[in-house]
Design a protein around this ligand. Structure first.
Ligand code: KDG
Ligand code: MG
Length: 409
């Protein structure tokens, strides 16, 4: 069946989302997420100006061929903008194929390997008592695995820490790409962070015991030596993983970290291709791959990452903050169910406004996510609701050290 039309929907129900919708000649529609937080319009233009004109008249069933046509045919390969655009086409075509088959997508990907995907939520606190309340609230909300981020004495705002008490544990946007004409600026001090974080995990383990899977995100801010020290100092607290300790583009940096610590390592949310992982996987430097369907070339691109990871016994931990739209989240959940080397799925809940625009069939029960049984992805887009939330420019923050030097955020 041929592709009849494709259009790009940009909407901002609390934060910006870019969605590609493909319609076939027999009237099926598929959705793909192309959201790149803080750089949304670049992907919208890439799709609208360069990809949509190529889609009309193509065979909607030829998913791999279309992926290769856009990847190899574009000449300029990889990169977050290109790969988010290819991802959106890929996911929309998988959505259509599964709808045509009358099956939820996970069935076409091989069927379920498990009853649901273990999800982790984000607990945070400006200080330790606030953090402990947040962990408690997440446990009450049903989470069985929890990411722990804490304020650092002397720093006003820190990545991953909600600006106000995160009591309900239901959802919060700790890092909205803020709707301002320029990025806000934050201050960073790695030495203060390294002194404080072990005391945070000591307090969380003392309160909640040894069994609760705990995660932490270093957000690319350390040198390999600093990261190795952090990994060692957290070993007594038995983390599920320590994420993004060093800037991700330097794959070799993790050699030193790996030599010095047995804390499991996760990386890859800013990666967009299997080629970003060849050193990390080939040398067995990591334990979890963190890419998303949205940013790594769709179900097709992400499956390549997961299959290579499986060769080395490495498991999935797909990126799932609220800047992955419900369309991207649904696609991740179908893969989570279908691949053997699933590890964990990140899950921050979307806002009620977002869920007015995107109606989803996925559900969260007893700490596990399931994509639901609707044919396709199980997500629909309400155009009227989308139009009520127009795009607004937004940026992620920029970090500076005390002397003004720009640092990784
Ligand atoms: O857009 C940036 C966010 O997706 C990122 O900061 C979230 O690090 C993140 C995480 O682990 O969810
Ligand atoms: Mg992260």
């Amino acid at each position: 069946m041929k592709i009849h039309a494709a259009d790009v929907v940009v909407t901002s129900p609390g934060r910006n989302f870019v969605t590609l919708r493909i319609t076939t000649e027999d009237g099926l529609t598929g959705l793909g997420d192309a959201t790149l937080n803080g750089r949304e319009l670049a992907v919208a233009s890439y799709l609208g100006d360069h990809i949509v004109p190529l889609l009309t008249g193509r065979d909607a069933d030829a998913i791999e061929d279309t992926w290769q046509y856009l990847y190899r045919g574009g000449y300029w390969r990889r990169g977050p903008v290109t790969m988010a655009a290819i991802a959106a086409v890929d996911v929309a075509l998988w959505d259509i194929k599964a709808q045509r088959a009358g099956m939820p997508l996970y069935q076409l990907l091989g069927g379920a390997c498990r009853t649901g995907a273990l999800a982790y939520g984000h607990a945070s606190g400006r200080d330790i008592p606030e953090l402990l309340d947040s962990v408690r609230a997440h446990l009450e909300a049903g989470y069985r695995a929890i990411r722990v981020q804490s304020g650092v004495p002397g720093l006003d705002s820190v990545y991953g820490v909600a600006a106000s008490a995160n009591g309900a544990g239901e959802r919060y946007d700790y890092e909205p790409a803020r709707r301002t004409a320029r990025p806000t600026e934050e201050q960073w001090d790695t030495a203060a962070y390294l002194r404080h974080i072990p005391t945070v995990f000591e307090a969380v383990r003392a309160e909640f015991g040894p069994g609760l899977p705990l995660l932490h995100d270093g957000h690319h801010r350390m040198t390999p030596l600093q990261a190795a020290r952090l990994g060692k100092s957290l070993e007594p607290y038995d983390l599920f993983w320590l994420e993004d300790v060093t800037p991700a583009e330097d794959q070799a940096a993790l050699r030193l970290v790996r030599q010095h610590t047995t804390t499991p390592l996760a990386i890859g949310e800013v990666f967009n291709s299997v080629h970003d992982y060849t050193t990390l996987l080939g040398e067995r430097l990591i334990d979890y791959v963190r890419s998303s369907v949205t940013h790594a070339g769709g179900v097709t691109g992400m499956r390549r990452v997961l299959d290579l990871a499986a060769v080395y016994g490495v498991r999935s931990g797909m990126h799932g903050p609220t800047d992955i739209s419900p369309v991207g989240m649904a696609a991740a959940l179908h893969l989570d169910l279908a691949v053997h080397n699933f590890g964990i799925q990140e899950y921050m809940r979307h806002s009620p406004h977002t869920l007015e625009v995107f109606r989803t069939s996925y559900r969260f029960t007893d700490g596990l996510l399931h994509p639901g049984e609707e044919p396709g992805l199980g997500v629909t887009l309400d155009d009227e609701a989308a139009a009520r939330f127009p795009y607004a420019p937004a940026y992620l923050p920029v970090n500076r050290l005390a002397d003004g030097t720009v640092h990784d955020w």
